[in-house]
Design a protein around this ligand. Structure first.
Ligand SMILES: [Zn+2]
Length: 142
């Protein structure tokens, strides 16, 4: 019997890479390479995917201890994550980087757009998210 399904869209990782989750962000979430994302953009992607998949332990462990929340809530039921766009990556030195990104989601028909410049720091070989600044559009309030 011929397979009827011929999806043009492969089963790609939530972070937007064409590779599957197994071949992409999963290795940073679970297994022997866990917490070993090699640079800030990779950590950013893996954290976005962790938000999508409610990998809360990973989010906490990649949050710098100085700014880490005590706990995280899972996604509200019905939240749909629409995608991540990395806009900019600046490496200040071997242990400091910033990543600008836009993450889109939708809840109950309401679109949500998070545009942030995030700071990352590397300590003992591991990259951590520190904090971020929202990027506001000057006059367009949509
Ligand atoms: Zn990924």
């Amino acid at each position: 019997m011929k397979k009827a399904t011929n999806h043009t869209q492969p089963d790609s990782c939530p972070c937007g890479n064409n590779a599957s989750y197994e071949a992409c962000c999963k290795r940073w979430h679970h297994g022997s390479e866990r917490l070993n994302a090699p640079d800030a953009p990779t950590l950013m992607r893996s954290r976005y995917t962790a938000f999508v998949l409610n990998e809360l332990a990973y989010l906490l462990e990649t949050w710098h201890p100085d700014t880490r929340p005590t706990h995280l809530e899972p996604n509200a039921p019905g939240v749909k994550w629409l995608g991540l766009q990395l806009r900019n990556h600046t490496q200040q030195d071997t242990t400091h980087a910033t990543v600008e990104f836009v993450a889109r989601s939708r809840l109950n028909g309401q679109a949500n757009r998070l545009h942030e410049v995030s700071r990352f720091i590397r300590e003992n070989g591991q990259w951590f998210y520190v904090d971020g600044d929202f990027v506001q559009k000057p006059s367009n309030n949509r």
